[in-house]
Design a protein around this ligand. Structure first.
Ligand code: SF4
Ligand code: SF4
Length: 359
C-alpha cells in the first residue's frame, strides 16, 4: 500500500495532535515542556518519515497492535505521523503489485525499516514471493536510514524461535549484525506501537536514534525492571503474597511473586505504557508477569507460573529472601509498607534477564 492510501483517512485535529505530543514526551521520559518541541519537529519535517514494514516469521501481532493502537493512537493518528509506505499485512495491494510497491519503496532509500518477525535459516521454512525472508531483509536493510526490530520474534526469536527452534529462526541482529548493520530492538509479544513512535520522535527531535543498551534496546524504555515500577512492590517488601488465585489476598492486590511473577527479572516499561487504551496492564489486572517483553522470553521464563529463583532483599542481612521477608520484618511491616515501597530495592531487580528465569 502506498502512503497516500494509508493516510487518506488520517486527519488529526490540533488538540489531538498536541495530546499525542504530550503523551509521547511523557513516554520518552521528557518533561511536558518538550511537547511543543515534538510538535515542531513533526511539523517541520519536510515529509513524514517513510516506514517500510516487513512482516516475516511471526503471527503479525505487532501489526495488529499497531493498527488498533490508542494513546498515542488510534491508528489514523499514528499514520498521520508516519508514512507507512509498505506493510505486508495491512496493505491493499497483493501479488505482483505488492512486490512492485516494496521494490519502489526500497529503491527510494532513506526509510525506516521496521522488521516484525524472525527469519528461518533453514531453506524453504520462510519464503515470500519465492524469496527467502532472510534474503529480503538483507536486500532492504542496506538502503534504510535505520532498522528497527519490533516484537519478540524479530528481537530474540520469540515463540517461533523458542526451543527446539525447528526452523533455525534468527533474530534481526543475528542476520544484519554480521553485515555491519546495527538495529534498534523493541522486544515485546506484541510490542506496543508507542515504543516505535518514541524511537521515531527521538529521531525527529534529536536527529539521532535513542541511546541503546547492550541488547540494542532504547534505554529510555527498557532500563528498569517491572518490579522496580510495580504498584504491588510495597506488598512484596512487606512479605504479603498471593498464594492462590481467587483468594482474599488476590482480591486485595497482594504481590504475585509466589504465583510466578517474573517482574523482578524483566526489563520493560509496561507499568508506564499500560495496555487496553492505557487503562490496565497484566499485574494491575491480577496476572503475574510472564516476562514477554524481555530479551530472553520465552525460554528463560517458563514454566510461567513457577516462582523465580534467587531473589533476595538487600539491607536486611544475607538470609532475607522473598519467602521470609514478611517474618523478618515482623510487626514493623504494617507501619513500614509505605516506607519500604519507596526506599528499598530488591536485589533481584538488578539482575540481568540472563540470570532470571523460572524454575
Ligand atoms: S514480584 Fe511481581 S507483583 Fe510482586 S512487586 Fe514484583 S513485579 Fe510486582
Ligand atoms: S507479561 Fe510482563 S512483560 Fe509481558 S506485557 Fe505483561 S507485564 Fe509486560
Amino acid at each position: 500500500m502506498r502512503s497516500g492510501s494509508l493516510s487518506s483517512f488520517s486527519q488529526l485535529d490540533r488538540r489531538d495532535f498536541l495530546k499525542f505530543c504530550s503523551a509521547t514526551a511523557a513516554l520518552m521520559g521528557l518533561s511536558e515542556l518538550y511537547a511543543p518541541k515534538i510538535a515542531e519537529a513533526v511539523t517541520a519535517a519536510a515529509k513524514r518519515p517513510s516506514v517500510v514494514w516487513l512482516t516475516l516469521s511471526c503471527d503479525s501481532g505487532c501489526t495488529e497492535m499497531f493498527i488498533k493502537a490508542k494513546n498515542p493512537g488510534p491508528a489514523e493518528l499514528i499514520l498521520d505521523v508516519l508514512s507507512v509506505d509498505f506493510n505486508d499485512t495491512i496493505m491493499a495491494a497483493a501479488g505482483e503489485q505488492a512486490e512492485e510497491n516494496l521494490k519502489n519503496a526500497v529503491d527510494a532509500g532513506g526509510f525506516i525499516l521496521v522488521i516484525e518477525g524472525g527469519m528461518p535459516s533453514k531453506p524453504g521454512y520462510g519464503t515470500i514471493a519465492g524469496r527467502e525472508m532472510m534474503d529480503i531483509a538483507k536486500w532492504a536493510a542496506p538502503k534504510a536510514a535505520a532498522v528497527v526490530a519490533i516484537g519478540s520474534c524479530a528481537t530474540n526469536g520469540g515463540i517461533p524461535g523458542a526451543k527446539p527452534n525447528p526452523s533455525g529462526l534468527k533474530s534481526v541482529s543475528e542476520v544484519l549484525g554480521p553485515m555491519g548493520i546495527k538495529n534498534v530492538n523493541l522486544p515485546g509479544c506484541p510490542a506496543d506501537p508507542k515504543l516505535l513512535i518514541g524511537v521515531v520522535m527521538n529521531y525527529l527531535l534529536f536527529k539521532k536514534l535513542p541511546e541503546l543498551d547492550d541488547h540494542g534496546r532504547p534505554k529510555m524504555f527498557y532500563s528498569k525492571t517491572i518490579h522496580e515500577q510495580c504498584e504491588r512492590r510495597a506488598y512484596f517488601e512487606a512479605g504479603k503474597f498471593v498464594e492462590a488465585f481467587g483468594t482474599p489476598e488476590a482480591e486485595k492486590g497482594y504481590c504475585l511473586f509466589k504465583m510466578g511473577c517474573k517482574g523482578p527479572a524483566t526489563y520493560a516499561p509496561c507499568p508506564t505504557i499500560r495496555y487496553n487504551d492505557d487503562v490496565n496492564w497484566c499485574i494491575m489486572a491480577g496476572a503475574p508477569c510472564i516476562g514477554c517483553l524481555d530479551m530472553k522470553w520465552p525460554d528463560n521464563f517458563h514454566p510461567f507460573y513457577a516462582k523465580l529463583k534467587g531473589i533476595s532483599v538487600p539491607g536486611f542481612g544475607g538470609d532475607v529472601t522473598a519467602d521470609n521477608i514478611g517474618k523478618v520484618l515482623g510487626v514493623a511491616t504494617v507501619a513500614g509498607i509505605a516506607v519500604h515501597a519507596v526506599g528499598t530495592a530488591a536485589k533481584g531487580s538488578k539482575k540481568g534477564p540472563e540470570k532470571g528465569g523460572g524454575e
